[in-house]
Design a protein around this ligand. Structure first.
Ligand SMILES: [Zn+2]
Length: 547
């Protein structure tokens, strides 16, 4: 009987796991910076058949995937997708944070030991993934193939390229807004490859910025968005938040080549660069699987300025749809349809403009941090006269000045606790603040805890994070102006993310089961039959493997 059961078990398992690893020739990871899941539904009727729709109609879509930590911002987002874990473990706790050891600011992809390669702009190339404490799926692919796999990351943002490409990458390239060139750092190489020099020599940004940004379709067809003239949109240059955008004129007052990232043509440029990488590096042509990580930054940069209800954002997605079509076509031509694996996701969602919600009678608001900070300072001075209690505030984190309490080692700990309690009580009395967590609460918390506290725990790195973490009410964020929007909260508008798998080994289908963004990397591990990234806490997406 037991033998019979065993036989059936083996028979059941065999078809999936006994085959030799037939891997795709290349994996392409597409990140769309600041893409809510909802955009896919909202713009669906206006999309073409060969971009997003090709991925959805032939691939596997998760409808209920979320970031499972806060803060939901770019650096942590890219690191979490590629490491399969959260800031608590990979250590990328923010885009920038206060480094408790050095007493200086730390940038998630910054590395002063490196130099720029590919342009004269010295600061843009001082980058590497050294602050990321775990391996990425891209690292594991390199390790699995004795480093024969080629791994490259590309993006307009350095962090959108450096973090996904991982520690063992062959290259990572990003945009230098001062020169319009793609650059890299000495972490990867000492000079640009000839193909990249040739690409930079085309000077395409000059061409993009000589024209006009007008809507792809007649503007009255953008019925999924609000009016183009809106009080909630930030302006570009002097006084511009409506179509058409005369880029030739606007580049004069918007940092010349820097303006490109405020237009959808940044996505065109990155897609052209994608093709140059495929050809230049012969990606997908070797025996071992290669990995090209691409992250489209312009939807975020534009989204911050004009918000999710704008015609601009819709137009960005209409055009990005064409970029994705173009990218897939390039893979069809070079690697062959059915030979490559693609996934598409984001690094975070985005909030509505709070003032738009308030004007629509929905709950929302703004925290004015300068005013709050001044009141708090005055209060703390009553308890600890003359002492600098708060060392730094970055993002939603407050770092206390531990030195100020260390004069007497026995009393120091008590005073620090007292200060933490005073700050926490003060903040909890403020409108718009939903909760304040102390470092003690978060360190003692369970990694798998639910609710908002669990989101904070998974976003909290014991050695790097602050002494207090502030959580605002849904719909609220910190700002002194009512134009534009942001992200970073633990709420669904920032956490609900598209995840689509497409191509080799992927069946057509969809799921509404809850998944986290950290499930992407272990799913890729299963598909590629390689190790999980070493800090991975996510789980493979089971529905993808069900027969
Ligand atoms: Zn952003």
């Amino acid at each position: 009987m037991r033998a019979l059961v065993l036989f059936f078990l083996v028979a059941l398992i065999t078809p999936v796991f006994s085959q030799p690893a037939e891997r795709p020739r290349i994996v392409v990871g597409i990140m769309v910076d600041q893409m809510r899941q909802e955009y896919l539904y909202r713009y669906w009727d206006k999309l073409g058949d060969h971009g997003f729709k090709r991925l959805v109609n032939q691939g596997f879509t998760l409808h209920n995937a979320h970031f499972n930590y806060a803060p939901t911002v770019t650096g942590p987002g890219h690191a979490s997708v590629y490491t399969g874990t959260t800031p608590a473990i990979h250590g990328i706790i923010e885009n920038s944070w206060f480094d408790k050891v050095t007493g200086k600011g730390a940038y998630c992809a910054g590395d002063d030991a490196q130099q720029t390669v590919g342009s004269e702009t010295t600061s843009v190339g001082k980058m590497s993934p050294h602050r990321m404490l775990t391996t990425t799926i891209t690292d594991e692919l390199k390790i699995a193939t004795q480093k024969r796999s080629k791994v490259i990351g590309i993006s307009f943002k350095d962090r959108g390229s450096v973090l996904p490409a991982g520690h063992l990458a062959d290259g990572a390239y990003w945009y230098d807004g001062n020169t319009g060139r793609f650059v890299t750092s000495t972490y990867y190489m000492s000079k640009l490859p000839a193909w990249a020099e040739k690409f930079n020599g085309l000077n395409l940004p000059d061409k993009y910025l000589s024209g006009t940004w007008n809507t792809l379709l007649p503007i009255d067809q953008y019925t999924e968005s609000g009016p183009d003239v809106s009080p909630y949109e930030g302006k570009l240059g002097e006084n511009k938040s409506t179509f058409p955008y005369d880029l030739k004129e606007l580049r004069k007052t918007n940092g010349n080549f820097n303006l490109l990232s405020q237009t959808p043509f940044a996505n065109d440029y990155l897609t052209e660069f994608f093709k140059a990488v495929i050809d230049g590096e012969k990606m997908g042509s070797g025996k071992d699987t290669d990995f090209l990580a691409i992250s489209y930054s312009a939807p975020d940069i534009i989204g911050h300025r004009v918000s999710p209800q704008s015609v601009e954002v819709q137009d960005v997605y209409m055009r990005l749809d064409k970029n994705i079509e173009d990218l897939l076509k390039k893979l069809d031509q070079t690697v062959g349809a059915g030979n490559y694996l693609v996934f598409l996701t984001t690094d975070h969602g985005v909030a509505e403009v709070p003032q738009f919600l308030v004007d629509s009678k929905a709950p929302a608001g703004y925290i004015r941090s300068s005013q709050l900070g001044a009141e708090l300072k005055e209060l703390l001075n009553q308890y600890f006269p003359g002492r600098e209690v708060i060392r730094s505030v970055s993002g939603d984190q407050i770092f206390l000045n531990h030195e100020a309490f260390n004069t007497d080692p026995r009393a120091g700990g008590v005073e620090l606790m007292l200060a933490t309690e005073i700050i926490s009580n003060f903040l909890m009395q403020q409108k718009g603040i939903a909760n304040v967590f102390t470092r003690h609460q978060l360190r003692m918390g369970d990694f798998n805890e639910g609710g908002i506290k669990g989101m904070a725990i998974r976003g909290y790195h014991p050695k790097r994070s602050g002494d207090l973490i502030v959580v605002l009410e849904p719909g609220w964020f910190e700002s002194s102006r009512i134009q534009g929007t942001t992200h970073g909260s633990p709420y669904t508008y920032d956490t609900h993310a598209p995840i689509i798998f497409f191509g080799k080994g992927i069946k057509h289908g969809s799921s509404v089961q809850y998944h986290t963004i950290t499930d992407i990397a272990p799913t890729l591990s299963m598909l590629l039959k390689i190790k999980f990234p070493n800090g991975c806490t996510g789980q493979p997406i089971g529905e993808l493997f069900e027969k």
